[in-house]
Design a protein around this ligand. Structure first.
Ligand SMILES: O=C([O-])CC(=O)C(=O)O
Ligand SMILES: [Mg+2]
Length: 648
């Protein structure tokens, strides 16, 4: 067998050599291996050792030296493994590997070199043409969930193409991979599940979490997004079906902040669900039991946190996502100082919320501390924004914390948060004010006269005509944020907000809305979603090696984001940069955060890069295909087990 294929390979190699010898090698190791090979080719008096084409990406795990205790050439190993020429195996490996596949963009030369010529339709496409093709395919699908399934399939098939499609069409594709469609995907996760992605850890895996993490084949994971599925967007407990969220968030990490796909890991911790529909659904893919809580839950999370550090190191970022309120606050407090972690729903949303307010102040022309802020909902998002507002007021208005807190009012499901309510959770207590109990929102808006109203309670429509009209009576330019996700959970739509305030409102939502016409003017709705923040935070944490992420990073990120809002954005009614500029925004925010980390002397990546911008950019994922021309090389044999035995 070997005898037959060897001459063919050598002949092929000789032709290639002529071509490749004129090639410049960017990697000095490639030059080294190539020169070694040249010195052993026919015509250079000695018979070449057995060599094979291994694309440079495949070096490492696939360099076999010993098979069954016997020294074998690489070619023999490959021939034995697949009984095919190595070129064929490598080519098919590439097609089947979403990180290496180029689909129809493999050139004819590459197809021949890789042994896949004839296995693809003859046309060769550029990536631009492939993107257009993907858009055609997307355009044929009417249901957003079908589009989501198509995009996830593309991710499983050709990563670079998927991310190129997202980056070139962020405003069209983000609502499919992310809110609102990802919410629908979670509701139907059991139905649409196809291929494994990420890790599921269940309650029954307690004591074995590290072993499970070891099953994940990537050794360079830098960012984990983890959920326990208890509060998926504003859709409540989705149990194991919540996995759509970490996957969607990490897709944005790659698309919008250039964290490489192999460095991202979505994880769902399945401790059961209290969602009766899922429990009764025969295709529910999770543990069919009521949610576990208490000491055992805490122990599982603790085991998980330590297992991550053991597997991928202290610098691996763990982003908590869509945990229930109680656990979210508790776990953040427990881990924030000792792990590289943050809670996106508390801190990421806080940062994007404050960024929106800072940009809006350029329209109202006052300071944050000149405002009265009313929060509707006292969950993760609003408590997070409220706390960061206190920080921002202290730093911008030079006022005390106490004075700042007096400007902030909160309403939860039981009404206004006032001192006489004794049942308040710890995170709400600092916002309890001296006031009578009150539950009617219009009355509260009338009494307190807020100039800013922020909703994040997943109560769609709660900002009624009466509430919005009262906001317009309170001040010339009321600020109203309807931040609940997905779109169907918004407290009011932009259309309602503009109409009820006669166009005076400064409005933002959490999920996307199309532009709105009011009184002859088109308003673009800014999307106050943490997608403006978390990818940048992850990129910065990775680049600078930040080991714990203190609150000041989120204020800096907010300022960095607000500074990117242009006058032309404000003129259209948007207090955020356009979604299509998200990659640029994340990069700029990350650079600011990295600079800050080095200034604060908490960066652990040494030596400190002189040019932070170039450094950050150099770490980022590139969606352009790389040439797949294999480098011919001979592996230096080095010391084999046989040699070791001999020397004993
Ligand atoms: O995922 C989003 O769109 C924003 C978010 O974190 C949430 O609503 O929980
Ligand atoms: Mg979330």
């Amino acid at each position: 067998m070997l005898k037959n294929i060897l001459p063919k390979i050598l002949k092929k190699s000789a032709i290639l050599l002529q071509k490749i010898s004129s090639k410049k090698f960017s990697d000095p190791m490639d030059r080294f291996y190539f020169d070694q090979f040249l010195s052993a080719t026919p015509g250079k008096d000695k018979q070449p050792p057995l060599t094979l084409t291994i694309p440079s990406e495949n070096r490492g795990d696939k360099q076999f030296k010993l098979v069954d205790g016997e020294e074998k050439s690489h070619l023999e190993v490959w021939a034995k493994k697949g009984d095919k020429t190595p070129g064929t195996i490598c080519g098919l490996d590439r097609i089947n590997n979403p990180g290496l596949n180029k689909s129809l963009a493999f050139t004819i030369e590459e197809r021949q070199l890789l042994g896949i010529h004839g296995l693809l339709p003859p046309v060769v496409k550029t990536q631009e043409q492939q993107i257009e093709h993907c858009k055609l395919r997307l355009g044929r699908l009417k249901d957003p969930l079908d589009k989501y399934i198509y995009l996830m399939d593309l991710l499983d098939f050709n990563e670079k193409l998927l991310y190129a499609v997202v980056r070139r069409n962020i405003s069209e594709v983000m609502p499919l991979l992310y809110t609102p469609t990802v919410g629908t995907a979670c509701l139907k996760w059991g139905l649409i599940y196809r291929r494994p992605r990420g890790i599921y850890i269940t309650f029954y895996d307690k004591g074995h979490v590290y072993e499970i993490l070891k099953n994940f084949p990537e050794s360079d994971v830098r960012v984990i997004v983890v959920t326990d599925g208890e509060r998926i967007l504003g859709l409540g407990d989705q149990g194991a079906c919540g996995m759509g969220i970490p996957i969607g968030k990490l897709a944005l990490y790659t698309a919008l902040a250039g964290i490489k796909p192999n460095q991202c890991l979505p994880i769902t911790i399945d401790v059961g669900t209290n969602n009766e529909e899922h429990l009764k659904d025969p295709i529910y893919p999770g543990i069919r039991e009521k949610r576990r809580t208490g000491k055992k839950y805490d122990e599982l999370i603790d085991e998980f946190m330590h297992a991550v550090v053991q597997r991928w190191g202290q610098n691996c970022l763990i982003q908590f996502e869509d945990f229930g309120n109680k656990n979210a606050f508790r776990l953040l407090e427990k881990y924030r100082d000792t792990f590289c972690t943050f809670n996106d729903d508390i801190q990421g949303t806080a940062s994007v919320g404050v960024a929106g307010l800072l940009a809006a102040l350029r329209i109202t022309k006052n300071k944050l501390s000149d405002n009265i802020i009313l929060f509707y909902g006292a969950g993760e998002a609003n408590i997070g924004i409220a706390n960061l507002c206190v920080m921002a007021m202290i730093s911008d208005g030079k006022i005390s914390e106490d004075t700042a807190r007096k400007k902030i009012w909160m309403v939860d499901s039981k009404g206004l948060i006032v001192k006489s309510r004794h049942e308040l959770e710890p995170q709400k207590k600092p916002f309890a004010q001296e006031h009578e109990k009150e539950t009617d929102l219009i009355q509260i808006v009338k009494d307190l006269k807020p100039s800013i109203l922020i909703g994040a309670a997943a109560c769609p429509g709660v900002f009624t005509s009466g509430v919005l009209k009262q906001m317009a009576d309170n001040c010339a330019r009321p600020i109203v944020f309807a931040l609940s996700n997905p779109t169907s959970k918004a407290e009011c739509t932009p259309k309602e907000a503009y109409e009820e305030t006669k166009g005076s409102v400064i409005y933002a939502s959490g999920s996307p809305f199309p532009p709105v016409e009011y009184n002859g003017k088109t308003y673009v709705t800014g999307q106050g979603n943490n997608a403006y923040i978390f990818p940048a935070m992850g990129l910065a944490a990775m680049c600078a090696g930040i080991q714990s992420i203190s609150e000041d990073y989120f204020l800096i990120a907010a300022e960095a984001l607000a500074s990117q809002v242009k006058e032309s954005d404000l003129a259209q009614g948007s207090i955020y940069p356009p979604i299509d500029r998200l990659l640029e925004c994340s990069t700029k925010i990350a650079i600011r955060l990295v600079e800050y980390a080095y200034r604060k002397k908490v960066a652990s990546v040494m030596p400190e890069p002189n040019d932070k911008e170039a450094f950050v950019k150099a770490q980022m994922y590139d969606t352009d295909y790389e040439p797949a021309i294999p480098i011919f090389y001979q592996m230096p044999l080095g010391e084999t087990d046989k040699d070791k035995k001999k020397s004993k």
